[in-house]
Design a protein around this ligand. Sequence first.
Ligand code: SF4
Ligand code: SF4
Length: 242
Amino acid sequence: MENNIVPLDIDESFTFSCSRKVPCFNECCRDLNQFLTPYDILRLKNFLNMTSGDFLEKYTTLHNGPETGLPVISLVSGNSPRLQCPFVTPDGCRVYTDRPSSCRMYPIARALTHSRETGRSTEHYALIKEPHCLGFDQNKTRTVREWLATQGLEPYNRYNDLLMEIISLKNRQKPGPLDMKSGRLFYLALYDLDSFRTAVFENNLLKDQPFDSGELASARKDDTALLMVGIKWVKKVLFGDK
Ligand code: SF4
Ligand code: SF4
């Protein structure tokens, strides 16, 4: 049976519930093709009390998009024949409070479109009904807006939208595959935050860049502030943002 995709407005309702009581419990946490965003990695590595470098080495694979040359980071599958997520346990997700955005969003998908004429972005939502998921048979109804709020998606969507902005800027300013050096700097500043912090504060990577002392003082201690510095730096230095 194929997936059924149903477009929804943000205030439209859908019926779905997931808990340990569903017969398909944990079925969605295997055979994944799961991309991780910079904010997903920030949250996961801090939850697991790991450096970004150790997290990336242990839990992710990297390839470069054939058309853009941009790094694409995916979660590794476990060694079992079921190709389970490395974070799934018989009791559920062991990183639940800091699980990636795609896990939070499911069974809703979100896309953002941007109008060049008005400069405005519009969010689009759809319900993805997969045959193995029995959550749609449960008797719980809510709107997409309520779902986003209960899944803690606000910061994920905010930072993920900034990544989409960078990709769109890159496609305008440097269409085609990115060179390897730029790809490595993109990865460093957005995904390997602890190494980026060392490069910034010990190796003077941002020399002559217009960051104010307050921004840098926050970035020294706080990963989300550092990610914002990384985003600005990538936009300006790699893709010529004014
Ligand atoms: S991170 Fe958690 S919710 Fe997401 S696939 Fe892995 S175990 Fe499942
Ligand atoms: S109801 Fe759906 S989301 Fe929940 S465990 Fe089953 S397959 Fe996964």
